[in-house]
Design a protein. Sequence first.
Length: 381
Amino acid sequence: MGVSVTACSGGNMYATSNESATIADNDVIIIGSVTTNSGAAAAYGEAEVNGFKLAVKEINADGGIFGKQIKLESMDDKGDVIEASNAFNRLAGDKNVIAVLGPTISSTSGAVAPLADQNQMPTIAPAATADSVETGGYLFRTCFKDSYQGEIAAKYAAETLKVKKVAVLYGTGDPYSSGVGKAFVAAAKKNGLDVVAEENSSSADDTEYSSQLQKIEASGAEFLYAPYYYSTVGPYIVPQTRAVGYEGYIMGPDGYDGLKTTGNKANYNKVLYTTHYSPDDKSNTKVQQFITSYKKANNGESPNTFTALGYDSVYMFKRAIEQAGENATRADIRNAIAGMSFSGVTGAFTLDKHGSPKKSVIVLEMSDGEPTYKDTIQPAK
């Protein structure tokens, strides 16, 4: 966290709630965003911004909030904690910015969390799932936490896939990968599963995993939990896992969204992942409405999970601002978000005291190289 404090250079960058403008002070409502639009996780940040833009477009077309249009000010943090801290402080230092969307990934969100409190800036991170990201002050999230995702995956392995022996592989240098990996191990043991191998890499973006995977194959594991990002799973982990002879299940968290296949598509059979949204979810009418609206605005392109999370995050702010009132300050908006009950594209939930939701989880399975809807898992008991 030290890097997030030293990222400011000279002077007081903070415009606290008492110094910031209220909704009534401006003709527009300015919401900032800090997302990863370049680097390894760029696909996530770009998808979030697309979700932000669609929600803002819809709200503005419907008359805005209190008759005022929303203006979105977007900044790219490049997936770097210093860049994220600097971008957040620039937005927070503008008294007219009333709220911030983002950051995108867990490491940058963790750097911003204390800054949100210091600036009294209501902030919603759409997809920062790491438990290490402190929430419930001025930072909230739309997604579920890693520990919750790990619990669901372990429950699914035991109760639905009915495997007995499981292995895990995660990157120790990344809070997302290590956090969800360790949460899975703890939950697997509670569910009576035998963790026969626990391997790791130094980072979450290595390209060579053969030595760890050979040990996992030799362990007799029927199920491998490998929480990495799509950019690593698709081209490296899955092909290398099959190359060492492992034929069992491979499962991961929402970081698999956007996974691309390489080589034989059959290698990706029995690859599953948990996520927040599926276009094939027919139980939630908001899903199909969202897809129709997004395709119309984006030349037929389909939205993904991160688009949906970004979209819901904007509507959470809309709800909070409306509840806080026309003279709302940043603090008023923060208080309206705390404990909020919300129903959106990614499900219905109530934020807990730490600012995180507990909600149903979608399981997708790769089929012919494409993710397909498999199951909806209800909250872990």
